[in-house]
Each structure stands twice: as C-alpha cells, then as structure tokens.
Write a protein that binds this ligand. Structure first.
Ligand SMILES: [Zn+2]
Length: 562
C-alpha cells in the first residue's frame, strides 16, 4: 500500500531493556540521530517485531482461519489452526493476537494448553514432546471486538460501513498494524505458511471475498453463510483479508504468460457500471507487468479486484479497491505531469505489489522499501509500456516533488519500524538512477524479471536485493544504496571551470560514493559520461561553463568557485 500517511515516528512509553537495545543499534547509524531521538520502542514492539526464541523453533506450514463476522455488535469469533514443522526442540510457542480481542483456549490434539498473556502476545506451553522434523498443529480459539480502523488503510483494523442500500460493507486492512489485529497468527513477516484456508461466516445476503479461490459456500441453519477460500501459495500476514458486502461478481479469463489466468471482479451494486468500465484496466496492467516483471506469481489462486470501503491495499490475489472508479490517485496525478491521469493508480500500484510485496516479501518491515520502491517504479514502467520511454521517465522524475528527505528509507530492525515514506518516490527515483547505470533497457528488464524468479515466493532482506542488483548490474552498488536508502542527503556534483578544462567531484555524499553520471556540457551538449569521486577530477574540455547532470539521475549540481 502507498503510505504518505504511514506512521513512522510515534513516541511511546519506553521499557528500559528495549530502549537500551534500540539505543545501541542507533548509535551505529550516526546520520539518523535526529530521527532516532524521536523514536523509542516498547517491550510490545520487540515481541511483535523480532524473531523471538518462541517463534524461531517452529516453521509455519499451514493456517486454517475460521471466523464468524457479527456486524450487529462488531465482534468476531473463531479460531486459527496453525500447522507447523518443528525445526528444533521447543516447548513454548508465541502466538499473537491484539487487544481487545482475546484468546479463549489453545489446544493440541484436543488437549487444552496453558497460556500466558504478555500484551498482544500469548505464550503457549506445550505438553507433548516437539520432535524436530515433525509436523504438529495447535488450534487457537478467540473472540471479541477487534480494533476499528481509524484511517484505513494506514491506521488499520476493521472497517464497518454500509452501502447506499443500507447493507453491511465490511473489510479488514492491517499493514503495519499486523494481521493479529483480527486473527491469531505468528505476526512477523519472516515466516509464511505454504498455503492457507480461510472460512468466513457472514449473515445471509452478504458475500465474503478473501484470498485465493472460492471452494465452497455453505448455507447454515442460523441464517448465515460460510465462504471457504483456499490459497495455494505462501501468503504474508497482512496480505490475508476479508471483504464482506452485497457484492456483484463477474469474471473473465486472461491469456497470460503462464496460460489462462482467472480474473474475478467484485463491486457493490451501486457501482456496478462504473466498476465494469474501470476494471477493464486489469488486463492492461497484467500485460505490462508480465512484460517487465515476469509471469503473475499466483496463477493457481487467480487474480481478484474487490471493491473496499477505503482507498486500497495489495492483498495477495485479492487486491482491494476504493479509488472512486476514476483515473489518477483519487483523481490526482502524483507526478504532476499528466501521465498519472491516464490510468487508475490503485489498479496499477496495488497490483504491482503482487510482484514486489506478495511474491518478493520483506522479512522485516524496516526493509519495506523492497515493496514500495519497486512498486512506485512499476507506475513509471506501466506508463512507459503504453506511452513510451520518455513518458515513463517524466512520470518518475515528476514524482520527485513529493520527496521529503526527512529520514532514511531503511527503518529500524526487530521493532516493527518502517523507514521514511520516501521509500515511495525517492526509492522509485533511486531505481530509475540505477537503471541509468545498467545502461541497457533489456538488461534492466531481465534484472527485474530475475529478481522475481530468484526470490520467487520468498521473504528477503535489503542485503539480498542489493547484492543481486549489484551482481546483475556488474557494479558494486553498495555506495549508491547507502546514499539513497540510509542517508537523507542528495549527492551534489560540484564543478569549476579551469584553464585546462572543467573540474568535478561528488559532494554531500556518503564515504566512497563513486556513482557514474551522464552530464551535459554547457547548455546544448555534447553529453559526457563521468565517474566522479569525492576528489577533484578534470575533464580536459575547455570553455565549459556548466555541467548539468542528465535529469534521469536523482542528483544535484553546483558551480563552485576556486
Ligand atoms: Zn504500495
């Protein structure tokens, strides 16, 4: 999801132990001290954001979430069955469920287990020996009134709303907040189940749309219906969703790179006509992204676009949509170039996340740029695919006006802390800059496709992505990533004319910054490729009064006096 309003620096109550840990960590990052000074982390943050010993010994294999939605009193009740592989001996298991929801009972093989609550985490004591290599399961029953979303999708939870006809229109949105805001799970991104079943029971007359394929609808004697969905692929926590409403449904089959792909659309009756028109952009999106990124990563689960009572979110194989059935971002062009008004931002951006977020997923939310930078750049690539290379470049360059350079893009590890919202526009511009260094469009495309092949259905770290991109680009890009992901300064190409030519160097940059750059000599050219470092170098061309970097590079330049 896009996150202009994504919460970053909230000041919270400090518990000494975690504060100290966090302080230690931050002392290694001198460039972020002002930002860091605003941040303190709680014991809850550590339980939520780290791979605790009570998480590390078991590996998720399968979830079956069963939940009953009761709109009349805004409650949920149900259970999650967690099937897991034992990796190493363990006795205590951490399961997460956020207040005010409560765990009622946990059992293994039908026997109730002892549970200790610690904030939003529950520590379950297992009685049976847990033997490495074996697959076991527990069932966690829960109930209560889940947190209501204040400003979805950014400040998430449950959305209880009504359509124009007065029928319930309900949805979940929980990126950042975490899936444990509405169901019990291992609420850390590093581990995903291999597959998942989702059974949602709703009052009659309403339909639930969740992830994957609909296997069965059962009419129950108590005037409810149960929708059984099945996801055949690994799925991340916040990608799981339910959308409940009086939906109209239509579908088509897309002839995709891996064969037929089912496309299913859901909209409220009052929006049926406009949705049918607007959602025609879905096949266009798929054509462009399969070209750039490779096959859609979830053929078995199909692709769905589902109307939701908030702006939108990249739920896996079940993208949610609330962009008003018009082009742009709520009718606006984020690039201010006009190109952003030619397509629907939510259809393009949220679907782009199927490759970067759902296929390739961050292990720690500190690395959220892996989702948002590539997906921001997917908007530019979509534009390029249909309107040409210049249009795509204008789009991403136009988005620079939204960059704040307020804090590093990489967040803080192990405390559920994302970095700056610059992960969108600045991240996109970093990738566009790296593309210039690669210098070959086809090679660049193969790099993007290679990422999706190499890290297919995996959770990854920034280091893995950096390494892969460097390798494919044939250049050590560590200083470039450090500059744009871990520092807030924009490199300045300083230059000064001399009798023997023009001198140039990088300033305002990280140590070792040596990025090549293409520059225009004087107003009209010619263009020249330079490899500046922090030391002055001389280009032996006389009468050069200006050096203007190619606008595709996200850098600045400055004439300095001798
Ligand atoms: Zn996004």
């Amino acid at each position: 999801m896009r996150g202009i309003n994504y919460p970053t620096a909230a000041v919270r109550v400090v518990k000494f132990r975690d504060f100290f840990l966090c302080f230690l960590l931050l002392s290694l990052l001198p460039s972020v001290t002002t930002w860091a000074q605003q941040l303190v982390f709680t014991h809850d943050d550590t339980l939520r954001g780290s791979i605790t010993p009570e998480r590390a010994w078991w590996d998720l294999a399968f979830y079956h979430l069963k939940v009953r939605v009761q709109p009349d009193d805004s409650t949920l009740n149900g259970s999650t069955t967690i099937r897991y592989r034992v990796l190493k001996p363990g006795r205590t298991m951490q399961v997460d469920l956020q207040r005010p929801l409560r765990v009622l009972r946990v059992e293994q093989d039908g026997e109730p287990l002892k549970v200790r609550q610690d904030g939003n985490a529950y520590f379950v004591t297992l009685t049976k020996a847990q033997r490495p290599g074996q697959t076991e399961s527990i069932t966690v029953q829960y109930a209560g009134k889940p947190r209501v979303a204040k400003k979805p999708p950014w400040d998430g939870g449950l959305v209880w709303s009504r359509d124009k006809g007065g029928a319930w229109f309900i949805a979940t949105a929980c990126q950042g907040l975490g899936a444990s805001a509405w169901w019990p799970c291992k609420d850390h991104m590093y581990d995903e189940p291999d597959s998942m079943a989702i059974s949602v029971t709703v009052p009659e007359g309403l339909t639930d749309v969740s992830n994957g394929k609909l296997r069965r609808v059962t009419t129950n004697p108590d005037r409810t219906r149960t929708f059984d969905w099945y996801v055949s692929n690994p799925i991340n926590n916040y990608g799981v969703n339910m959308n409940v409403g009086r939906y109209e449904h239509w579908s088509e089959t897309y002839a995709g790179a891996r064969g037929p792909l089912s496309l299913d659309y859901y909209a409220l009756p009052e929006h049926l006509d406009s949705a049918r028109t607007q959602f025609r952009q879905v096949p266009l999106m798929l054509k462009a992204f399969e070209h750039w990124f490779g096959p859609y990563p979830f053929y078995q689960d199909g692709y769905k676009l589902v109307e939701a009572p908030y702006l939108g979110m990249e739920h896996q194989s079940s993208v949610t949509y609330g962009n008003g059935f018009r082009n742009g971002y709520l009718g606006r062009d984020l690039s201010r170039t006009g190109w952003g008004l030619l397509w629907d931002f939510i259809i393009v951006h949220e679907s782009g996340h199927e490759w970067f977020a759902n296929n390739i997923t961050y292990r720690d939310v500190a690395d959220m740029w892996i989702h948002e930078s590539f997906t921001n750049y997917s908007e530019s690539l979509f534009t390029e695919y249909y309107y040409g290379k210049d249009a795509g470049a204008q789009y991403v360059i136009g988005c620079r006006a939204n960059i704040r350079n307020d804090a590093p893009i990489v967040g803080i590890y192990n405390v559920n802390q994302a970095g700056s919202g610059d992960m969108y526009y600045k991240g996109g511009n970093m990738l566009h800059t790296i593309r210039q260094l690669v210098g070959d469009d086809e090679r660049w495309r193969q790099l993007l496709r290679g990422l999706n092949r190499t890290f297919y259905h995996q959770t990854v770290t920034t280091a893995q992505i950096e390494q892969y991109v460097s390798q494919q680009a044939g250049r050590n890009l560590k200083p470039v990533f450090d500059q744009y992901l871990r520092d807030v300064r924009i490199p300045v190409l300083e230059y000064r004319p001399t009798a023997n030519g023009v001198q140039y160097r990088w300033a305002n940059c990280v140590a070792g910054f040596d990025m090549p750059v293409r520059v225009c000599l004087n107003e009209a050219g010619p263009y020249e490729s330079l490899t500046p470092t922090a030391q002055w170098k001389t280009l032996p061309v006389k009468n050069v009064t200006t050096l203007i970097p190619d606008a595709n590079y996200y850098v600045l330049s400055k004439l300095v006096s001798r």
